[in-house]
Design a protein around this ligand. Sequence first.
Ligand code: CA
Length: 99
Amino acid sequence: MKLFLIAVLVLGVTTLADTPDYQSPFRISANGSPIELSLGHANPLVTDWNGDGLKDLIVGQYTGGKLRYYQNDDSNDSPAFGNFTYMQADGSDISLSSG
Ligand SMILES: [Ca+2]
C-alpha cells in the first residue's frame, strides 16, 4: 500500500510538471493587415472548409453574429488569407444571435 501511494504521488508530480508548450500568441493577417473586428469578441475556427486540402479560417464575429470566411490561398505551413466573405445559407448571410 505504501509503495502504491508513493507511485501515485510521483505520478501526480510528474503530471503537474508536464505543462503544455504553447507558442507565443501572434496576430493573423489578411491582405497584409492584422484581422480586426469591430468588437473584440471573435471565435476563430481553422478547418478546410472548401475541401481543397488547405486549412481555411472562419471567424465568428460578435457584432451582428456573422461568420467571416477567409480562404487559405497558400499552404498549411504558411497560410495566406485575402479578403473575407460572409458565410451564407440560402443566399443570405448567416447571423447567429449571442447568448
Ligand atoms: Ca481550404
